[in-house]
Ligand binder design. Structure first.
Ligand code: ATR
Length: 282
């Protein structure tokens, strides 16, 4: 409720963190839902992470978003974890409940809401290719498999990581791990998800063109001004659609906000506001 008391304190913790859109997003959510909160950035190098988290909650902080490179350590810092955070082995949302730190992971839910809600993509019975087998892939694999795809293939530069991840999640659905050279390429996938950090290095993983067709949605979990190098490439080779991860970013934030405040914000105006700011001038 809006009042004149001290705002409840929230923050995003990462390293680096100056580029984070979370203060902007949560600021808009708070205004829209009339919540009296403050939201700041905490830059914490790995050796400072645990101490900074403890200090934040000891001084009355209510909740933290955790970003690169701390999501896996955050899972260890939380005394309690939700099942989805447990499966992901990573936490992006911390909160204090009954004097204990609780951890959750809203990344997968954010991706699913963006795909199914914002982009109108039904995941049931689809064939999905996930590129990447690091923390980003691990964070969304459980919720993706729970959405009922026909089949998920995980491919990675380091093939062993893909094989390991596929093995670890084998009980949750139909999936296979492989190196880039062994991607099933006899027909196109319905969804190709780039969960690598290659876009940040201006690099497109070597995916066979036949894996992508006019009915394929290509989704880059990375985001930038306009297209990422991956979404640009996907459009060039004839993908039906190519989207970058702004929607996932806003939806995972909305899910965190809901966990903290018990109110679901409307994500549409926030996505529109970000879209206005991120596109290069025409
Ligand atoms: P994150 O937590 O962001 O997923 P990570 O665990 O370091 O970070 O994983 C990064 C992912 O991007 C990995 O799948 C990595 O592939 P490797 O396991 O082979 O390292 C992938 N990646 C990073 N740069 C890449 C590049 N230039 N080409 C292909 N894959 C790349």
């Amino acid at each position: 409720m809006s009042d004149t008391t001290t705002p409840d304190r929230y923050a995003v913790i990462g390293h680096p963190v100056s580029q984070s859109w979370s203060p902007f997003i949560h600021g808009m959510f708070a205004k829209q839902t009339n919540q009296n909160i403050s939201y700041s950035r905490i830059d914490a190098p790995p050796e400072e992470f645990e101490r900074q988290v403890a200090a934040f909650f000891q001084t009355g902080g209510k909740g933290l978003n955790v970003t690169v490179p701390h999501k896996q350590v955050a899972a260890l810092v939380a005394r309690y974890r939700t099942p989805r955070a447990e499966i992901a082995g990573a936490v992006n949302t911390l909160m204090i409940k009954d004097d204990a730190i609780h951890g959750d992971n809203t990344d997968g839910a954010g991706l699913i809401t963006d795909l199914t809600g914002n982009l109108g993509f039904a995941l049931e019975n689809t064939r999905i290719l996930i590129i990447g087998a690091g923390g980003a892939a691990r964070g969304v694999l459980g919720p993706l498999l729970a959405a009922g795809p026909e089949y998920v293939e995980i491919t990675n530069r380091n093939e062993n990581r893909a094989l390991e991840l596929a093995k670890e999640f084998a009980a949750l659905g139909e999936l296979r791990g492989c190196g880039f050279a062994d991607i099933t390429a006899d027909r196109s996938f319905d969804l190709v998800l780039n969960a690598t950090s290659a876009s940040l290095q201006d690099f497109v993983p070597p995916i066979p063109r036949s894996a992508i067709g006019p009915a394929t949605l290509c989704y880059d979990m990375a985001y930038g001004k306009g297209d990422t190098i991956f979404t640009h490439w996907a459009k060039t080779i004839g993908a039906g659609r190519a989207e970058c991860g702004w929607g996932m970013l806003v939806e995972q934030a909305a899910e965190s906000f809901y966990l903290w405040r018990g109110v679901r914000p409307d994500t549409k105006p926030v996505l529109e506001a970000i879209r206005d700011q991120r596109l290069p001038p025409k």
